[in-house]
Design a protein around this ligand. Structure first.
Ligand code: TRP
Ligand code: ZN
Length: 918
């Protein structure tokens, strides 16, 4: 048997792989019409018989067939039933003597692979005795030789054979057409997928699983079977996932007219998974984190995440599967669009305008704390990248979250109805095809002639081709004599790697004007706006910025108004505007746009933080404490008013009262001293805790749970606010020496009937540094030792705890030595290592560089196990160039240390190479 092995998954293993470029795309030289796969499943040696029907692509010059492969043992190749000559080109199998002409021919390939040794979790692997596959992006080549590219779409017939006692459930895509027993205690199942698909959507699952089932009827009257498969014992935690799935099916049909196109739709949960979940046709595979929930083990956030991830994967059935990507540069075609769809789904389910705004704020917070830094760092890339070394590195917040914003702008530019029309046209044109981002925008524009999107189409597409976050600078001038307010909006975008010059973007700016004294919304009279003439003036409208600089003149104003710009975060840009504190306080108190109300509070806090960080007269004490009064009385009063305002929802209050994150503060600064940022933010929190003590107590009392648990927006908002209040009260107690509130927190921790309240109480104890944290953590572990997802929280809380004199790193090392720790399980590795390196800046950025040394050791260690996860960790130091010394040079050294390793994966190599590039 021929041994073909490449340890790093890089293909030929001959040095660092070259970049793949979008402009080099060519259509495949062959099409694969059908695939018949037969698996003899065995953890140590699985046999895969692959019988394909291929034909030459008449549009491409005749050339050899080159099939992708990775880590396969090849045993046999037959063409039309006959042995044939072949050669290897790196990891590729090359066939030169194929039948000529346009006739289809049969190709049979027999290989084996070793799922038990597959720690990368790409291709076929074993998790807790059950077989799973993950093929996106390029994992199918680890199962069999194939044209592993999304524009090759085939019909699949799959036969699974395995030991019946060990693997009673055998699943693959589509419909079960046959099953039965075989000799030697084995059995088989045969599945036929009625839809053609690219190989990245192939999946199989085999093991001991049980399913929650639900029969549903679609609008057309068709019957469908929904199933959620989990390990025996977890069935009680599948209700929420199943409900989310039913809502998803109904929502896509109601909002976009997109029905479920399968008789059977399955979700299977695994605890070993690189990402959140995967949209394999009819057989979604999920990280258990996004399936399993009960009120006693999952928080409100977990419930919300399950709803959106279940929705996300289900919505891929149309946006991704029915219409797929031509090549991986078009990844955002499916991901950006599907994130937009899952965001809308969650908003529609949330219902009230306030709950929608809360969801919007949460989504924007992710964009700003994760995507904006990415767009300003060494890994910056356009929503449609031009090149990559390892595609796994491009499943990024830019592709997903910024991509969703780009779709959202289209939605807003053509309106809700117009967007639905555009989607309809997109499917009329492209159902069953592998297409590009251009094809999508074109369909939305063509369905909406005359819309601003259609008018500025070519320019709008720059959102797909230019990386970097645009900045919009706004300046206003009021002229009392003419009663006019001139608002000038200027845009710019900083250079990003490989893109030094940027052209202006199309930037929709939703805006309003507010009376500075009463806070009332003012009618908008825009000079020279023929379209609005005669119509009653509105108080909010969208202005589409297309030039580098534009001035809008608003008339009929008795005094200088307060501009409310970028309402609802109408474009993914940074808005620079010199508000006075008084203006921000007006917006915070009165803006009709909930997003901008929140934003005004964040701007006030951010300004306070930045001033304190820059103020060299304010030092930190020896213990790193920042003992200065920073918060202005007006700010504290404004926060108090929000807290007391009976008209505001608890969820919204919690968002307003939460200070901008350290990462977000760091992004605003040219030079970053992570310790000072941490100290200042902690000091601000302490002051908020102390000066609002009575109001926190009231918030705690007034937002107690009554009745049974439900994860709906209103009750989860109440839990979020009471959780924050308890946290603040424990912080205040730590300062004042009060023992009552830590005692109450401990009591709540013990008696809580849901995980949200319990975990919030535990967090309050741990984060405030209470002595009760230690017994509470011990008790928590004992209670939940058999719940891996809860134990992940236990690890993450400790690795993410505020640093006290450098105590977190030693604690993290101890956690890694805990019997429950495993580097091989991505969730567990993330819960400790990522929580420390990527989510705990105050503890990670140590001046002795020990955090960075720890990081480099873990990147190297993880890379040998799972390059995809290692490469994500490798990005923790992306923004090293912004750091002040000594952090900057220590970080560079740590990255160089990783880069110096000779046998890195392509994944990690690409990340560290880009980080070190000038
Ligand atoms: N398409 C998946 C999603 O968006 C992403 C995904 C799941 C993935 N598993 C993966 C991507 C493994 C790369 C590798 O939901
Ligand atoms: Zn997706």
């Amino acid at each position: 048997m021929l041994q073909l092995h490449s340890a790093d998954g890089s293909g030929d293993g001959a040095g660092p792989a070259a970049a793949i470029r979008r402009e080099d795309y060519t259509a495949p030289a062959y099409w694969i019409d059908s695939v018949e796969l037969t698996f003899d499943l065995d953890p140590n040696k699985t046999r895969v018989l692959n019988r394909m029907t291929l034909r030459r692509n008449p549009d491409v010059a005749a050339q050899p067939l080159k099939l992708d492969g990775d880590d396969l043992n090849l045993a046999r190749v037959l063409v039309n039933g006959q042995g044939t000559s072949f050669k290897m080109e790196g990891a590729r199998l090359v066939l030169e003597n194929l039948p000529e002409g346009a006739e289809p021919f049969a190709l049979e390939i027999f290989t084996t692979c070793c799922p038990a040794k597959n720690t990368q979790l790409m291709g076929l692997y074993v998790s807790q005795g059950t077989f799973f596959t993950q093929c996106e992006a390029e994992g199918f080549r680890r199962i069999t030789y194939f044209l592993d590219r999304p524009d090759v779409m085939a019909s699949y017939t799959v036969t699974l054979r395995a030991d019946k006692a060990q693997y009673p459930v055998l699943l693959s895509n589509g419909n079960l057409v046959d099953s039965g027993d075989l000799e030697d205690g084995r059995h088989f199942a045969k599945w036929v997928d009625p839809h053609k698909k690219p190989c990245y959507l192939f999946a199989l699952v085999a093991g001991k699983l049980v399913a929650r089932e639900q029969k549903i009827k679609s609008r057309s009257g068709a019957d469908h079977l929904l199933q959620v498969y989990v390990r025996p014992g977890d069935l009680g935690k599948t209700e929420h996932a199943m409900n989310s799935l039913m809502y998803s099916v109904a929502w896509d049909e109601a909002r976009f007219g997109l029905p479920l196109d399968l008789e059977r739709f399955m979700i299977v949960a695994t605890s070993d998974f690189n990402m959140g979940a995967m949209e394999n046709k009819g057989l979604n595979i999920f990280n258990t984190k996004y399936v399993l929930a009960s009120e006693s083990t999952a928080t409100d956030t977990d419930f919300a995440n399950i709803e959106s991830v279940v929705g996300h994967e289900y919505f891929h059935n149309w946006t991704g599967n029915r219409v797929t990507c031509r090549d991986w540069f078009q990844l955002s075609l499916k991901e950006g669009l599907t994130v937009f769809r899952d965001q809308e789904f969650s908003m529609d389910l949330a219902g009230s305008p306030s709950a929608r705004a809360v969801k919007r704020i949460e989504d924007v917070r992710v964009l700003r704390t994760a995507q904006f830094p990415e767009d300003a760092g060494p890994m910056a890339h356009p929503v449609r990248p031009d090149s990559y070394v390892e595609i796994n590195n491009f499943y990024t917040v830019t592709i997903y979250e910024k991509g969703a914003e780009v779709v959202r702008m289209q939605h807003n530019l053509v309106g809700r109805e117009g967007f639905a029309k555009g989607m309809k046209l997109y499917f009329e044109r492209h159902d069953g095809q592998a297409v590009t981002c251009d094809d999508f925008v074109q369909a939305i524009a063509d369905a909406n002639p005359g819309s601003p999107l259609t008018q500025h189409l070519a320019q709008f597409k720059r959102w797909y081709s230019q990386a970097g976050t645009p900045r919009v600078r706004a300046t206003g001038r009021y002229d009392a004599a003419t009663r006019c307010y001139a608002l000038t909006l200027s845009q710019s975008c900083a250079p990003t790697p490989g893109q030094s010059e940027k052209q202006p973007f199309v930037i929709p700016v939703e805006l309003g004007l507010i009376d500075a004294t009463t806070g009332a919304a003012l009618p908008l009279h825009l000079a020279g706006d023929g379209a609005a003439e005669g119509a009653a003036p509105t108080t909010s409208r969208v202005v589409v910025l297309t030039e580098a600089s534009q001035t809008l003149t608003f008339t009929n104003l008795d005094a200088e108004p307060v501009p409310s710009l970028l309402r609802g975060f109408s474009a993914p840009v940074v808005l620079d505007i010199d508000y006075t504190d008084a203006q921000l306080l007006t917006l915070l108190a009165h803006d009709a746009d909930a997003f901008n109300r929140w934003e005004a509070g964040q701007r006030l806090a951010l300004r306070t933080a930045i001033n304190a960080i820059a103020d060299s007269t304010m030092g930190t004490s020896a213990s790193g404490q920042f003992d200065h009064q920073i918060l202005a009385a007006e700010f504290v009063d404004a926060m108090r008013s929000v807290l007391r305002n009976p008209a505001l929802d608890a969820a919204f209050k919690e968002l307003v009262l939460t200070l901008p994150s350290e990462t977000y503060i760091a992004e605003q600064l040219a030079v970053v001293d992570p310790q000072r940022i941490h100290a200042v933010r902690e000091a601000m929190r302490e002051q908020l805790a102390l000066s609002l003590q009575a109001d926190w107590e009231a918030a705690w009392e007034q937002n107690q749970d009554t009745g049974g648990y439900s994860p709906d927006p209103v009750s989860s908002g109440r839990r979020a606010l009471s959780g924050l209040a308890l946290h603040m009260l424990c912080i205040a107690a730590q300062k004042t020496g009060d023992v009552v509130w830590p005692g109450k927190a401990y009591q709540r921790f013990k008696v809580a009937t849901n995980m949200t309240d319990r975990f919030n109480a535990l967090t309050a104890l741990v984060a405030s540094g209470s002595e009760l944290a230690t017994p509470a953590l011990a008790r928590f572990h004992t209670l939940f030792k058999d719940e891996p997802l809860v134990i992940d929280k236990w690890f993450a809380l400790q690795a993410g705890a505020p640093d006290r004199g450098g105590n977190v790193l030693p604690a993290v090392r101890q956690l890694m030595a805990h019997p429950d720790f495993s580097l091989k399980n991505p969730n567990r590795a993330r819960s400790v290592i990522f929580s420390y390196c990527s989510a705990n800046p105050g503890a990670f950025h140590r001046s002795d560089a020990a955090g960075y040394v720890f990081w480099s050791d873990r990147v190297i260690e993880l890379d040998a196990i799972n390059p995809q996860v290692a490469a994500r960790l490798a990005r923790a130091l992306d923004r090293w160039k912004k750091l002040a010394d000594p952090w900057r040079s220590a970080a560079r050294e740590a990255i160089a240390r990783v880069a110096a390793k000779p046998d890195l994966s392509n994944d990690v190599r690409e990340v560290v190479t880009r980080a070190l590039a000038e």
